[in-house]
Design a protein around this ligand. Structure first.
Ligand code: PMP
Length: 450
């Protein structure tokens, strides 16, 4: 659709007043100004429609334009807009109970505003837990290279992507990194199982080298999402669980992206037989309609906070954490997922998307395809033998060609490490069969022309 004067004026004001996240200023490529959304589709200022196969920033799990979500927030805002959770309110109590039901285990929930906040909260709880448990020297956390855990100084320190970090250092202290269990680039001659076991054991080696008595926790996503859809083998997760238990290290599972149906299960870690000590969540909790995140802590860990008067409370608060309207909206969001069976639907759609795109493995640029529920990554390479990543300009061209045909997909990796070559798909779980066909057909057509 043609660019008219009104949209030029809006873009000029955007240029003047708005600082965009993660996006370099580019005179030739103005930002897309999104004005509407319905189901899996968004509309921009010029009236162009796109299928949003990234669900915004991996979050709009129930799709756009859900009136009942707006109404849940509106009704609560009128009834009681705000009270801090140093006291309590009914929406937070109800949502904490509901999350316990979704987690299928005994957890106590602390609410915050964002995924980063949820992880910061987890780090503070873990450190305090060890202090009051008689092991105050446990303060370090181990995470994986390529993983993303947030933008604040602790969560960014946990992040294993150099490109996001080096300009802002020093970050929070005490964060260590190990290699991710990435099958595609594993050493020649090694089986997937052996390599994943090797990667998990690197965590144990690090614990030993650093001194077991200094390690507070291990934080990991069930599958690394932002770092390029890296999905562990069961062997890896079993070994991580064994190591954490043996070494009295808390296992913090970051479900910010993988949670709420994205992985084809309620939570990503349900795909493995692991019992996390702490689970962090955000994004799909409200499908992005309002900010809200949660840190769910195993009840017996919470119980230790009651034992000593001196440490009996967590000295941590977010003004906006768990606002009543966000909690009511989240409850309605979970109700939608339940009534529309979106967790099962995610599994089914993910299976179909992976099966259809795997046909592209014959394509000269497609090195690997990895999926985890309705989350999929296509690793594009310049040379299938050497696995040399496709140059960024060529990766960006694929994304631009998709957009020109009305399909928005993402890209992830780490520019500093030389990997920025994983095309990502994370469509709304409410996508229709027609939406799925559109994604598959459009992407295949685009790849045919590369
Ligand atoms: N953890 C993971 C796995 C994430 O993907 C993100 C955000 N992309 C975060 C944490 C941080 O969430 P937020 O942007 O809401 O702070």
């Amino acid at each position: 659709m043609a660019v008219n004067q009104e949209s030029l004026d809006v873009i000029a004001k955007d240029r003047q007043f708005l600082w965009h996240a993660m996006s370099p200023y580019n005179e030739k490529a103005p930002p897309m100004v999104v004005t509407g959304g319905s189901g899996s589709w968004i509309t921009d200022l010029q009236g162009n429609r796109y299928l949003d196969a990234m669900s915004g920033l991996w979050c709009v799990n129930v799709g756009y334009g859900r009136e009942e979500l707006a109404k849940a927030a509106y009704d609560q805002l009128l009834a009681m807009a705000y009270y801090p959770l140093s006291q309590s309110h009914l929406p937070a109590i109800r949502l904490a109970e509901k999350l316990n039901e979704w987690l299928e285990d005994e957890y106590v929930v602390f609410f915050s505003n964002s995924g980063s906040d949820a992880n910061e909260t987890a780090f503070k709880i873990a450190r305090q837990y060890h202090q009051q448990n008689g092991e105050p020297s446990r303060y370090k956390f181990i995470s994986r290279y390529r993983a993303y855990h947030g933008s604040s100084m602790g969560a960014l320190a946990a992040t294993g992507q150099a490109q996001r970090k080096y300009k802002y250092e020093p970050l929070g202290g005490g964060f260590l990194h190990v290699r991710p269990p990435e099958s595609y680039r594993r050493p020649a001659g090694m089986t997937v199982e052996d390599y994943h076991l090797f990667c998990a054991r690197e965590i144990e080696e690090m614990i030993v080298w650093e001194g077991e008595e200094t390690i507070a926790g291990v934080i990991m996503e069930p599958a690394i999402t932002g770092g390029g859809i890296i999905v562990p083998h069961q062997i890896y997760m079993d070994e991580v669980q064994r190591i954490c238990r043996k070494r009295n290290v808390l296992l913090i599972i970051d479900e910010v992206i993988c949670g709420f149906g994205r992985s084809g299960q309620k939570f990503g870690h349900f795909n493995y037989n692991v019992k996390p000590d702490i689970v962090t969540m955000a994004k799909g909790l409200t499908s992005g309609y309002l900010p809200l995140s949660a840190t769910a802590v195993r009840r017996d860990i919470y119980e230790t906070f009651k034992q000593s008067a001196e440490y009996s409370h967590l000295r941590h608060v977010n003004t906006f954490g768990g606002t009543p309207a966000s909690c009511m909206l989240a409850l309605k969001n979970l109700e939608i997922m339940e009534t529309e069976n979106l967790v099962e639907r995610s599994r089914e759609l993910g299976f179909r998307l992976a099966a259809a795109l795997e046909e592209l493995l014959d394509h000269p640029l497609v090195g690997d395809i990895r999926s985890f529920g309705f989350l999929l990554g296509v690793e594009v390479v310049a040379d299938k033998q050497t696995k040399e990543p496709l140059p960024l300009a060529a990766v960006n061209k694929i994304i631009a060609d998709c957009k020109a045909k009305g399909l928005i997909i993402g890209k992830n990796g780490d520019t500093v490490a030389g990997f920025n070559n994983v095309l990502t798909f994370s469509p709304p779980l409410s996508s229709t069969d027609e939406d799925l066909d559109f994604i598959i057909n459009t992407f295949k057509q685009v790849m045919k022309n590369q």
